[in-house]
Design a protein around this ligand. Structure first.
Ligand SMILES: CSC[C@@H](O)[C@@H](O)C(=O)COP(=O)(O)O
Ligand SMILES: [Zn+2]
Length: 260
């Protein structure tokens, strides 16, 4: 089944694996991933099994299965792995502490792990939002390097983004938000090296667009990943509508009032 089964060896271990996904707390990652995905489905972010979400709590990473209806997942469907227990530094060969019996882990796993290991993120969301895809299609019409980054400024919702991992505060209204775009690949896991390259090239970015596919968005924790993903989707929709009206995404607006 697909490239992942051929190229990624999955090893299972743990004494009482189901303890890792059993909790009455709605904020436990094994409960939160299904409830978040159910919400994301209503937004068109994870329909038709596409898209998903992963959460890291300290060393433990919680991952959805592949190819399932993401809005119908249950806590018992969730995989758990320990980052420290991974012996393969490229994370291609993964060891799971807990695996549901009938599935394979999400093909997005290496991309989620890139956000956790390279950015210290606590949550990463992948959407197939129409707005994200449309923005990449509009950028595709442009020549050269301008097709490889989405840029927008002077829109209030930009303030919904942090300045970068390890930096304090959020972007300001007059700041330019830049989201790199990578090209899609036939197999999801093959996006990983390009996502990592984009992370290096844009050290402050919290998101990477994938042309004709969607977007990966992360944050320090679930709250930040979710609100940044919502802010971005808002901006992508606005950008598409601005383009339809012939309005530019970058504008020169004279600052009014004290600049902080
Ligand atoms: C509609 S198939 C989409 C997949 O190929 C992939 O892009 C995706 O986002 C979800 O992968 P999955 O392995 O089901 O978690
Ligand atoms: Zn996808």
């Amino acid at each position: 089944m697909g490239s992942q089964s051929n190229r990624t060896k999955v090893v299972m271990s743990a004494d009482k694996p189901d303890d890792l996904i059993t909790s009455d707390n709605p904020d436990h990652p094994a409960n939160l991933i299904p409830s978040l995905c159910a919400k994301f489905w209503t937004l068109g972010w994870v329909t038709g099994t596409g898209g998903g979400c992963s959460i890291r709590e300290d060393d433990l990473v919680y991952i959805a299965p592949s190819g399932v209806q993401k809005e119908l997942m249950k806590p018992t469907d969730i995989y758990v792995l320990s980052l420290a227990a991974q012996t393969d530094p490229t994370l291609r060969q993964r060891t799971y502490l807990r695996s549901p019996p009938c599935y394979k882990p999400s093909q997005c796993t290496p991309l989620f792990l890139a956000a956790f290991t390279r950015r210290g993120a606590g949550c990463c969301i992948h959407t197939h939002s129409h707005w994200a895809v449309l923005v990449t299609l509009l950028l595709e019409q442009q020549q050269g390097d301008s097709s490889k980054v989405f840029e927008i400024n002077n829109i209030e919702q930009i303030k919904g983004f942090g300045r970068g991992m390890g930096k304090t505060g959020n972007l300001g209204y007059h700041d330019t938000l830049r989201i790199p775009v990578i090209e899609n690949t036939p197999h999801e896991e093959d996006l990983t090296e390009f996502l990592e390259e984009a992370m290096e090239q844009y050290p402050d970015t919290y998101a990477v667009l994938v042309r004709r596919h969607g977007v990966y968005v992360w944050g320090d924790n679930v709250h930040k990943a979710k609100t940044q993903c919502e802010s971005l989707d808002y901006l992508f929709q606005l950008a598409v509508e601005m383009k339809q009206l012939g309005l530019p995404w970058i504008s020169q607006v004279t600052p009014v009032g004290p600049q902080r």
